[in-house]
Design a protein around this ligand. Structure first.
Ligand code: SF4
Ligand code: SF4
Length: 217
């Protein structure tokens, strides 16, 4: 367990717990740290942090570490943790929530490429209702290559361009790359959901500022 998970900060704990519960709809108060989720976590060994520890970080009010750790960014949403939890806590929903909160608070993950990937996915899905490979990779690579250029890593930028051009050509040959933009039938609904989520987020922010508590549905 990482050490700060044992430091209890009552002031930030209430705010953090309520926000995570409201946004993830998971009753993390029910967690009694049995660690059954930890034994099944697909990426726990690699990230060095398991779902039980993440929940403990939230409950103890360690906001900084709850938003900035490898599990939040590397969780693959397999939901194994949720199927093992005796209290039906879907930690995958918790990691997803923390990831969004982390982006909103401009926390830069250890590997910023994961954040670029996330942003490219959300941007494509909310605009077209689905991911389009060309737009998705274009957005991602713009940020990735841009990062190399601002750091004067021209060789890395060049290598990345060559790699992506080769990959794109190979995918195109195998008909795995579509040049035309596709939309989904439920595109309008996806946009509406996204707008609703943004509205809810703004309300939550205002409630937080005015000190109004959150509610578990
Ligand atoms: S399995 Fe459920 S109750 Fe047990 S530690 Fe994980 S989240 Fe908490
Ligand atoms: S959903 Fe995420 S946290 Fe849960 S077991 Fe899978 S990788 Fe681990």
């Amino acid at each position: 367990m990482i050490p700060s998970a044992t430091i209890y900060n009552p002031q930030s704990a209430k705010t953090l717990i309520d926000e995570v519960i409201e946004r993830s709809n998971q009753n993390i108060y029910a967690c009694y740290q049995c660690r059954r989720c930890a034994s099944g976590c697909t990426v726990g060994e690699e990230t060095g942090i398991t779902p039980d520890v993440l929940i403990r970080l939230i409950i103890t009010g360690n906001r900084e570490e709850a938003l900035d750790n490898a599990l939040v960014w590397q969780c693959v949403s397999c939901y194994t943790c949720g199927t093992r939890c005796p209290n039906n806590i879907q930690s995958g929903r918790v990691t997803e929530t923390l990831k969004k909160m982390s982006r909103e608070e401009d926390v830069i993950p250890l590997n910023p490429n994961i954040a670029y990937f996330h942003d490219a996915f959300v941007q494509g899905c909310t605009r077209w209702g689905r991911v389009n490979e060309m737009e998705f990779m274009g957005y991602y690579e713009l940020k990735n290559i841009g990062k190399h250029l601002v750091n004067f890593q021209f060789k890395k930028a060049y290598d990345e361009i060559v790699l992506q051009v080769r990959l794109g050509a190979s995918m195109f040959k195998q008909k795995r790359l579509h040049l035309k933009l596709h939309t989904s039938r439920g595109r309008k609904e996806v946009k509406q959901f996204y707008k609703m989520a943004l509205k809810k987020k703004a309300t939550l922010k205002n409630d937080k500022k005015s000190g109004i508590g959150f509610r578990l549905d």
